[in-house]
Design a protein around this ligand. Structure first.
Ligand SMILES: [Fe+2]
Ligand SMILES: [Fe+2]
Length: 141
């Protein structure tokens, strides 16, 4: 049992595209948690890349639908990405302790809080617009 296991009741937002990305995010975080030192830098970079795409997709969806929480949500994304980049750089320089500590005690709580506030607000916004289908669309505006 990992703090990064998917739990439908806690993590499911009912918007398929978002839930799919969030499952992947948790799976990558979990893989990192169990990861030997030799693979840690590579897997952390993988999580950071995935997170960039995850956040970019949410931000595109917010812009497309004029989501009122856009600026706050983008700012929260920016803070986590800055942390991940900082940790990645430290790991590449042979200092994994800060990243390991954040994984053990920080990332899961950040995710749960972000999900319950920013992502839940986005999911609710998308559902009121299109019954949740908006999130599954491509760039079509
Ligand atoms: Fe998200
Ligand atoms: Fe988000």
């Amino acid at each position: 049992m990992s703090q990064f296991d998917w739990d439908e009741a806690r993590h499911g937002l009912g918007v398929e595209a978002m839930d799919g990305v969030h499952r992947e995010f948790l799976a990558l975080a979990r893989a990192l948690e169990d990861c030997p030192s030799s693979l840690f830098a590579e897997r952390l970079a993988e999580l950071a890349h995935h997170t960039e795409a995850h956040f970019a997709a949410e931000e595109a969806s917010m812009r497309r639908t004029n989501c009122p929480t856009l600026s706050e949500h983008v700012a929260e994304h920016g803070r986590l990405l800055a942390d991940l980049r900082r940790f990645s750089t430290a790991v590449q320089r042979g200092r994994p302790a800060m990243a390991r500590a954040f994984l053990e005690d920080g990332l899961a709580a950040w995710f749960a809080n972000h999900l319950a506030t920013m992502d839940a607000a986005l999911a609710a916004h998308l559902k009121t617009r299109q019954g949740g289908a908006e999130a599954d669309r491509g760039e079509d505006d």
